[in-house]
Design a protein around this ligand. Structure first.
Ligand SMILES: Cc1ncc(COP(=O)(O)O)c(C=O)c1O
Length: 436
């Protein structure tokens, strides 16, 4: 791959001395004081002032009434899905999942952590295709899915790359079908969507919200997540489940399955030091997105889109797709890929290899869940109906699969907020040369 550096197309460009990351943690110093404070006071487990403070701060930031700090975004999604399922289908035996025998509609082009909690609870995800305007769950496909599976009552949807989904439409459709929404805002802290004429933070727009403080997120605790709700009863239930489900007895008494999912007060110290910088991080990420858009002005590519009237993204990752006519031949197997260079064209894998060769990190787009081996047999619904078995050996036609198309033509660009404009210009130049 470093061979690419010798390719005459890249003549005159040297590698970055310091690696340019996709999105690395940006520490400000206050994190250490809050961690030190916790250590000094000997509050280093899952109780403490840092936890209390960040729960309050996240409530103030997102507008929800209750926030429960957890070990990860994944644990928050798990408990949100379990809570929603208990409300819909009742409590399961301890050795069974609450979604046994139930289908759940789920975002398709997302990280598998959005989806796996459905499987943890023995449910079956039905994947809903992506729409080109926000790269999130397609409302038309969701409407189709309710037509196909009218009994479904739970929807798990994500706002990928920090871009809000078409939330108003998704909420309206779910209301028509009396379905609950688990909102995966792991990547979109600080992003907003217009709902009923008001700007609402992602994570506060569904019935249960989930955020993540994973190492590459816009605000990080090194790890961590939160469950968001307006219901005290739900917050109390999630807090109880996350701390091994102890009943109010002086010994260890259990009536429900428990989890060790609560956040530590040390992690909370890191989050506490980070939260005041959210606006600053969003502004930096937005500037990066805009610089790419301008820099790619004359290239046959497009930046990841958003609904400019009804949403304000946090621009966590800048992404792009290559226009179809400029796609060089490329194929992807289960683990490997092959591509050819052609004048005036390129492919995501060639660009990712070129970035790597010059010591910069990009990433493929989330591979849609319906294409993942683990979920290969799950149903998939597009805006045109079932997304499975769309071709016919005897009748000409084309497949319709928006997520697969974005995955094939797209990539995530280096989006680190510590990247300087000069460094970003060099990234842009490397990508330009891929098309030369
Ligand atoms: C869309 C999405 N959902 C869920 C998660 C899971 O969050 P965590 O890594 O905090 O468990 C992530 C990120 O890691 C994510 O990007």
């Amino acid at each position: 791959m470093n061979e690419l550096r010798k390719d005459p197309r890249f003549a005159g460009i040297g590698p970055f001395e310091k690696k340019i990351w996709l999105s690395s943690p940006t520490m400000h110093g206050d994190e250490l004081s809050w961690i030190t404070d916790a250590i000094r006071k000997n509050w280093v487990t899952t109780i403490g002032e840092n936890i209390d403070a960040i729960e309050q701060e996240v409530c103030a930031l997102t507008g929800v009434k209750y926030a429960v700090a957890l070990a990860s975004g994944t644990s928050s999604l798990h408990l949100a899905v379990k809570l929603a399922a208990e409300k819909l289908y009742g409590r399961a035996r301890p050795d069974k999942g609450t979604l046994e025998g139930q289908k759940v509609f789920a975002s398709d082009m997302t990280f598998d952590a959005s989806i796996n909690p459905i499987a943890y609870e023995d449910g079956e995800a039905v994947f809903i295709d992506t729409e080109p305007g926000t790269w999130n769950m397609c409302p038309d496909a969701l409407r189709r899915a309710f037509g196909q599976y009218p009994g479904v009552r739970l929807v798990v949807m994500a706002h990928v790359y920090g871009t809000p989904a078409r939330m108003q439409e998704i909420k309206d459709i779910c209301a028509e079908h009396d379905a609950l929404i688990v909102e995966d805002a792991a990547e979109s802290l600080g992003a907003e969507c217009l709902l009923g004429g008001k700007w609402i933070q992602t994570g506060a727009a569904g019935d249960f919200g989930c955020i993540s403080f994973n190492g590459n997120k816009i605000i990080t605790g090194s790890s961590g997540g939160m469950f968001l709700t307006d219901s005290k009863e739900d917050a109390d239930k999630v807090r109880k489940w996350s701390t091994q489900s102890r009943e109010a007895a002086s010994w260890y008494q259990h009536e429900e399955v428990g989890y060790n999912y609560r956040m530590s007060n040390l992690i909370a110290g890191t989050v506490r030091g980070q939260l005041p910088y959210l606006k600053e991080h969003i502004a930096q990420k937005k500037a990066i997105w805009e610089r790419y858009e301008k820099g790619f002005d004359e290239l046959p590519v497009k930046m990841n889109p958003w609904d400019r009237e009804k949403s304000r993204p946090n621009f966590w990752l800048s992404c792009m797709t290559i226009n179809e006519e400029a796609m060089a031949p490329s194929v992807r197997g289960e683990r490997d890929c092959l591509y050819r260079s052609e004048s005036g064209k390129s492919s995501p894998d060639e660009i990712l290899d070129a970035l790597r060769a010059f010591n910069a990190e990009g990433r493929p787009i989330w591979k849609p869940m319906h294409l993942q081996p683990i979920y290969r047999m799950n149903a998939f619904v597009t805006a045109r109906g079932s997304g499975r078995g769309q071709t016919n050996a005897y009748i000409e036609g084309e497949t319709f699969d928006v997520g697969a198309d974005i995955f094939r033509r797209g990539l995530c660009l280096p989006s680190d907020n510590k990247m300087t404009p000069q460094e970003q210009d060099k990234i842009i130049e490397i990508i330009k040369r891929c098309f030369s």
